[in-house]
Write a protein that binds this ligand. Structure first.
Ligand code: FEO
Length: 399
């Protein structure tokens, strides 16, 4: 079968419905797609390859779609192995194909593979690859998500091949376009993909957006997940929020750690007080039970974050410490934090968490802090009331 998308552009990507860990650490429940495209113009041009686990399926699809035609070009937008793993196999099957990419990609090809590439075309920002009617213009997109990344714009078809940008987790199930599916998890998974894969590089995403925003685009074709031919605002507006670290929802998320259930009881009480005061969509997560990639995504979504941690070995509870370390590493900013500690002796987690959060840019740490001794008691209620009041007051503030 040949899967025509539009104007001589065919989909030759594959989906892995079985994969459980993306990059061998991020849990994914609905697989992932590795998108690859073939343009059949006067010249034929393959845009990226796929992960090596799908080698046989991919080479069959490519051969079927070429349908006897010779492959002239292979464009590499991104050298991460989920997209470039099959360069060698493509070269073996289409011996005189010309590899087209930038200098950094060719350097990385040598790092990953022992390959002697005879036909190569080195391109840079603004260069155009002429395929006939289709002309691919290259736009560098460093650090979205690796330094060598580029995207390309087909001025004939008005298509942006956007590499990792505007992608998501999730395998495709026949329907390629977002407008063909009813996928209620999509935004959550796109957020989790963004936050954990590209999240650290918000400025670079904004730079890319500024380069493409005036192009006449009627299709966005990323390397992962759905393709876009309408309603671009859905994904672009989300990406811009995430890239500028601006919260989507003025809501509260509570992350807690609890060894024996006492800190859990405290945050349950806080959540009920907040709900009783009218706050909606409060979310509570046990940092020991929920994979950190989901928590990071929630931080990108939400404006107000409560951290409730036992003091542990005169420090921060390890899972909580890891999460806070991730905030720093990803560069989280523009958020409000509230702190709760629990200790049986020598409580210090509020102080230590405060010191770590204070290193983030443009964050507010609420004055009211709650310190529990071992277990929640009615005498702790007023402190929680005070904290809840301050959270609500802060949420009501105009940004
Ligand atoms: Fe899907 Fe950065 O590779």
């Amino acid at each position: 079968m040949q899967y025509l998308i539009k104007d001589d552009i065919y989909y030759v990507g594959v989906s892995d419905h079985k994969i459980k860990l993306f990059e061998n650490y991020i849990p994914i429940n609905n697989g992932v797609s590795y998108n690859s495209y073939l343009i059949k113009d006067e010249k034929t041009c393959l845009l990226d390859t796929v992960d090596e686990v799908k080698v046989n399926q991919y080479l069959k699809k490519l051969a079927n779609t070429l349908n006897g035609r010779h492959l002239d070009y292979l464009v590499i937008h991104h050298m991460e192995p989920d997209h470039c793993a099959l360069i060698k196999e493509v070269l073996a099957n289409y011996k005189d194909v010309t590899i087209v990419s930038n200098q950094q990609v060719f350097k990385m090809i040598n790092q990953f593979f022992d390959l002697d590439i005879e036909n190569k075309l080195i391109v840079k920002e603004g260069d155009i690859l002429d395929l006939g009617k289709h002309k691919l213009q290259f736009i560098s997109a460093p650090m979205v998500h690796w330094p060598e990344v580029m995207v390309s714009y087909d001025s004939y078809a008005k298509v942006l091949f956007s590499a990792d940008a505007f992608g998501s987790f999730g395998a495709l199930s026949g329907n390629l376009f977002y407008d063909e599916v009813r996928d209620v998890d999509y935004i959550s998974e796109a957020r989790r993909y963004y936050a954990n894969i590209v999240g650290k590089f918000g400025n670079n995403v904004v730079n890319l957006y500024n380069k493409i925003k005036d192009l006449d685009i009627n299709m966005i074709l990323p390397l992962h997940s759905y393709l876009w031919r309408k309603d671009f605002d859905i994904i672009i507006n989300k990406y811009l929020k995430w890239a500028t670290y601006m919260p989507e929802d003025k809501e509260v998320v509570i992350f807690y750690a609890s060894m024996y259930g006492n800190t859990e009881e405290v945050v349950n009480n806080l959540a009920e007080i907040l709900a009783n005061k009218g706050l909606k969509n409060i979310k509570i997560y046990d940092v020991s039970q929920t994979d950190e990639t989901y928590l990071i995504a929630e931080v990108f979504r939400t404006s107000h974050i409560v951290l409730a941690s036992p003091t542990y070995n005169l420090g921060i509870y390890p899972k909580m410490a890891n999460l806070i370390h991730a905030f720093k590493s990803i560069g989280i900013k523009n958020r409000t934090f509230a702190l709760i500690e629990n200790s049986t002796w020598a409580g210090c987690s509020n102080k230590l968490i405060y010191e770590e959060l204070a290193k983030l840019k443009n964050v507010t740490i609420l004055e009211e802090k709650v310190a529990i001794k071992s277990s929640y008691k009615e005498t702790d209620h007023q402190a929680l009331e005070n904290l809840a009041e301050q959270i609500i007051e802060d949420i009501k503030k105009e940004v």
